[in-house]
Design a protein around this ligand. Structure first.
Ligand SMILES: Nc1ncnc2c1ncn2[C@@H]1O[C@H](COP(=O)(O)OP(=O)(O)OP(=O)(O)O)[C@@H](O)[C@H]1O
Ligand SMILES: [Mg+2]
Length: 384
């Protein structure tokens, strides 16, 4: 008897990742409920079971989780104490709260990697901006470096790169991790999945290209062009991190490949990830289905890339805030192998993630060319 498929799943958060989890869950006929604050969230139109609530509020999360079997997340900014209480009540909470606690705090995350001798950039923890300035004056810290807020950073917010004295003006006045600025050849992500029984699987590595000013992924491709042995190393490292964190569900492991072909762990996310959107059209299993299988303790498979893919994030255009409009969409739809995903966010603002487009093509260079063209022509603007 396959009972696991009947478990009641509760997802905290209804953004685009929640939406795509619902889409994958619907294929398997799963019972999925979402908690979000009001009806304007991306998952609303396709989620049949919605609870109005604040995922950062203890009482709301408890009330939502009480009648579910498995509780998962699509964003890390959730009430951890409530998840711990639900775990104590015997609920299955995935990612487990011990792992989530470490991941939510970039300081704890870096300390965790260091403690296990995982390769990661050297770092120091600071309590405030003044402490950083003092460390520079005392020659204990030197420019360049990268400052990251320990908590609540996402999509490049909470990351400040200091390349010159002038950049010190922009230091964040918060508890932070200050790490060496890495000479990056390329950025790599490996998404792995782990079941409660420890069985694991992985997706082929993807390479990322970042927006030069917003510190945000804007272009991703798979297969990676890196030498095979580097990719194997990255997969093994990602699996080891997931194992040591005792993750259940997905773990996206973001890594840097240095100019010397060293692999460093940057950070992880215990949920579906931006670097796995393309798996919907390009792999034999999507990251969303894999996450649901893992948290339901169903069999996992190593994902195979069926065809090369490029993924472009559709970010809100600079200088545009207001009611969402698309320009260039009709043209994009004329090309075969182009799959736009529009998240349905009613309001756009600069750099907000409004959608993504996956481009599949047997020839990766062709896919990249189409990707560049789409990036230049498909725009998310505001109604004037
Ligand atoms: N130590 C570093 N050296 C060089 N570049 C870095 C370093 N740390 C971060 N970056 C750059 O900044 C980007 C964002 O950093 P990070 O992933 O830590 O932040 P984030 O806000 O959590 O990102 P996201 O939510 O987009 O994954 C990295 O992908 C990389 O391009
Ligand atoms: Mg990141």
């Amino acid at each position: 008897m396959d009972q696991n498929i009947n478990k009641r799943i509760g997802i905290l958060g209804g953004g685009q990742l929640g939406k795509m989890l619902c889409q994958a869950g619907s294929k398997l006929g799963l019972s999925i409920a979402i908690m979000e604050r009001d009806k304007t969230f991306p998952a609303y139109p396709i989620c049949s079971n919605w609870t109005d609530g604040d995922i950062t509020k203890y009482e709301d999360v408890i009330a939502f989780g009480k009648d579910k079997d498995v509780i998962t997340i699509e964003i890390e900014n959730v009430n951890l104490s409530a998840l711990e209480a639900l775990e104590e009540m015997g609920k299955e909470v995935y990612p487990p709260t011990d792992a989530l606690k470490i991941i939510k705090d970039k300081g704890l995350q870096k300390t965790f990697y260091e403690g296990l001798n995982f390769p990661t950039s050297d770092f120091t923890l600071f309590k405030s901006k003044d402490e950083i300035i003092k460390a520079i004056e005392n020659k204990k810290l030197s420019i360049p470096f990268v400052q990251k807020s320990r908590t609540e950073g996402y999509d490049g917010k909470g990351v400040h790169v200091v390349r010159s004295e002038d950049d010190l003006k922009g230091l964040l006045d918060t508890q932070s991790v200050v790490e060496d600025l890495v000479d990056i050849k390329t950025e790599l992500s490996v998404i792995v999945a782990r079941r409660p029984n420890g069985e694991m699987s992985y997706f082929p590595p993807v390479e990322m290209e970042f927006h030069p000013t917003a510190n945000l992924v804007e272009f991703l491709f798979s297969p990676s062009m890196l030498e095979h042995y580097i990719q194997e190393k990255a997969i093994n490292l990602a699996m080891l991190v997931a194992q040591k964190l005792e993750i259940v569900g997905l773990l996206a492991v973001e890594m840097f490949v240095t100019k010397n072909d060293e692999i460093l762990v940057n950070e992880v996310a215990p949920r579906p990830h931006n670097s796995g959107h393309h798996t919907i059209e390009a792999c034999d299993i999507s990251q969303y289905e894999m996450h649901l299988r893992a948290i339901l303790d169903l069999p996992l498979i190593n994902a195979t890339l069926i065809r090369p893919a490029v993924m472009v994030n559709l970010l809100g255009e600079e200088g545009h805030s207001g009611t969402t409009l698309y320009s260039g969409l009709t043209e994009a739809l004329q090309t075969a192998g182009v799959y736009p995903h529009l998240y349905g966010k009613k309001e756009t603002k600069p750099y907000r993630k409004m959608g993504h487009v996956t481009i599949v093509n047997a020839d990766i260079d062709k896919a990249k060319n189409i990707g560049h063209h789409i990036k230049n022509t498909l725009k998310v603007i505001a109604q004037t």
